[in-house]
Design a protein around this ligand. Structure first.
Ligand code: ZN
Length: 79
C-alpha cells in the first residue's frame, strides 16, 4: 500500500512525494522542515538570553539589598 498523507489546508488525500496539493495547490514540502531545524536552536538561544538577563537582574537586586542594609546601618549609627 502506498503511503499517503492529508493536505493541511484542504484535507485532500495526497500521495507522499507530492510537492503541491493537487486539490488546492498548497506547497507541501520543505519550508516547515526548515523552521523545524531553526526553531529549536533559536529557542535555546532565547532561553539562554533570558536566563542570562534574569541572573543579572538577580545580582542587581542582591547588590541593592546589601546597599540598603548598609545604608540602614549607617543611618542607625548616626541616630
Ligand atoms: Zn490541499
Amino acid at each position: 500500500m502506498e503511503s499517503v498523507k492529508f493536505c493541511p489546508v484542504c484535507g485532500g488525500l495526497i500521495e507522499k512525494g507530492f510537492l503541491f496539493c493537487p486539490y488546492c495547490g498548497r506547497e507541501l514540502v520543505v519550508r516547515a522542515s526548515v523552521s523545524q531545524i531553526i526553531d529549536p536552536s533559536f529557542n535555546k538561544l532565547a532561553r539562554a538570553a533570558v536566563k542570562k538577563s534574569m541572573s543579572r537582574l538577580d545580582t542587581c537586586r542582591r547588590t541593592l539589598d546589601t546597599m540598603e542594609k548598609e545604608l540602614d546601618e549607617f543611618l542607625f549609627e548616626r541616630l
